[in-house]
Design a binder for this molecule. Structure first.
Ligand SMILES: Nc1ncnc2c1ncn2[C@@H]1O[C@H](COP(=O)(O)OP(=O)(O)OP(=O)(O)O)[C@@H](O)[C@H]1O
Ligand SMILES: [Mg+2]
Length: 401
């Protein structure tokens, strides 16, 4: 290497053509093996183009994690917007992630801000906000398609927003229908918490996304590799190997991240293409992306409780730990951090949420809460790494344990 390291680095051919196309939030132009779902959605929403504002569509999407629900709906929203633009019909699409927004109020503000960017965040009641939405839609002569992604997070807290949004046009008979709704949930059983009439509205149109087969995952990863890497960077054999790993994990995000990481490792080693060793190393180093996403949006107390679980599991090495031992340790951590601990029942709820989010699994329980014994297991992520990630997140929020 000459002394001009930047020139040398710039001369070195990169493995990537465009690494942002492996980003899990990137929406590609094509979605292999989701054409059926896209065309079903288009048929259902065609009426918004042929008979604008005559009908309000309400749809529920369901299917396991990491199988393209969000990305399919985002691409569909984009296609619908383009088709409406070409016909001079005003349709807007707003995508709300209920896990990130956390409350109905925040979700409503986000909806309004999609209509009016400068709308203030505070100072209104939810009822005001609903009226403002109806009014803005009328003034702008607009149809709004609202997507409530990860809707289960809202359903578990309060169902008023969903109730109001599904009813927004109900009392205006013969008036323009200006709002359509797509809800996305992983587990359909969560909608049973809704009131009967909302439930029946949503149950009328459910689209179930099926899991991908291994060969389908291969096609998806091959396409994403094609648009992200230069030519001949990764062989079909290696893509088959990754498809198998991803199939077992069930989340395409893991495959995208694995490809990216393997590419970076290959570059770091000055290789011209990705080798199986790069994939093996990348696989050792990865935390499932869905988990990282969940951690980033988790409240401080919940993170500390999770940290307590991880540290105790690490210490106990396979021996059974009672729920009360986790509680005690959590309280110690809270004290260190100068925070007031949450109640036992709240912590029990956290544990149930961890199970749902697939962070921990609990194998066995006995009856009363505090004495409850259970094998709490964490199999997805190496504990050491998990602990470090949580401590980093807490530190970044100014909390020292
Ligand atoms: N058919 C496909 N073609 C290309 N990329 C895909 C396809 N299906 C999924 N992906 C990619 O896989 C990742 C996971 O998909 P997505 O985020 O849509 O999952 P999801 O079903 O919404 O999962 P979750 O329930 O965890 O939110 C995304 O980065 C997405 O771009
Ligand atoms: Mg999603």
């Amino acid at each position: 290497m000459t002394i001009d390291i930047f020139e040398d680095l710039l001369k070195k051919p990169s493995i990537f053509k465009d690494e942002s196309k492996l980003d899990i939030n990137f929406v590609p132009d094509r979605l292999p093996h989701r054409n059926k779902e896209l065309s079903l959605l288009s048929q259902l929403f065609l009426i918004l183009l042929t008979n604008p504002n005559e009908i309000s569509r309400k749809i529920l999407i369901t299917g396991k994690t990491g199988i393209g629900k969000t990305v399919t709906i985002k691409l569909f929203g984009e296609l619908l917007r383009k088709a409406s633009d070409r016909r001079n019909i005003s349709i807007k699409y707003v995508h709300i992630n209920c896990r990130k927004e956390r409350t109905s109020y925040k979700a409503l503000i986000k909806i309004i801000q999609s209509l009016n960017k400068n709308f203030p965040k505070r100072g209104y009641s939810p009822q005001d906000l609903l009226e403002i939405i109806t009014e803005s839609l009328n003034i702008q002569n607009l149809h709004l398609l609202i997507v409530l992604d990860e809707l289960n997070y809202l359903i578990n807290k309060d169902t008023d927003l969903i109730y109001s949004l599904t009813r927004i046009n109900d009392d205006s008979f013969n008036q323009p229908q200006r709002l359509s709704l797509i809800g996305i949930v992983r587990d359909i059983s969560c909608i049973n918490n809704l009131d009967i009439s909302t439930l029946s509205t949503l149950q009328r149109n459910i689209i179930r996304f099926s899991d991908y087969r291994e060969d389908q995952i291969f096609d998806i990863l091959k396409y994403r590799a094609e648009i992200s890497f230069r030519e001949k960077i990764i062989s079909d054999e290696l893509l088959t190997m990754i498809a198998e790993i991803v199939f077992n994990k069930g989340d395409v995000r893991y495959g995208l991240n694995l490809l990216w990481k393997a590419g970076k490792i290959a570059e770091g080693r000055n290789l011209r293409s990705i080798s199986s060793e790069c994939i093996r190393l990348a696989n050792q180093d990865l935390v499932p992306f869905s988990t990282l996403d969940v951690l980033k949006d988790m409240t401080d107390q919940k993170l500390i409780f999770l940290l307590a679980i991880i540290i105790l599991i690490k210490k106990s090495k396979n021996s059974v730990t009672t729920f009360s031992e986790f509680l005690d340790y959590y309280k110690v951590l809270c004290e260190n951090a100068g925070l007031k601990p949450k109640s036992n029942s709240q912590l029990w709820n956290y544990l149930q949420e961890f199970k749902k989010e697939d962070i921990v699994s609990v194998r066995q329980q006995s009856k009363n809460i505090v004495g409850r014994k259970g094998f709490i297991e964490i199999t997805n992520i190496p504990l050491q790494k998990f602990e470090k990630i949580i401590i980093n997140i807490l530190n970044s929020k100014g909390i020292r344990i």
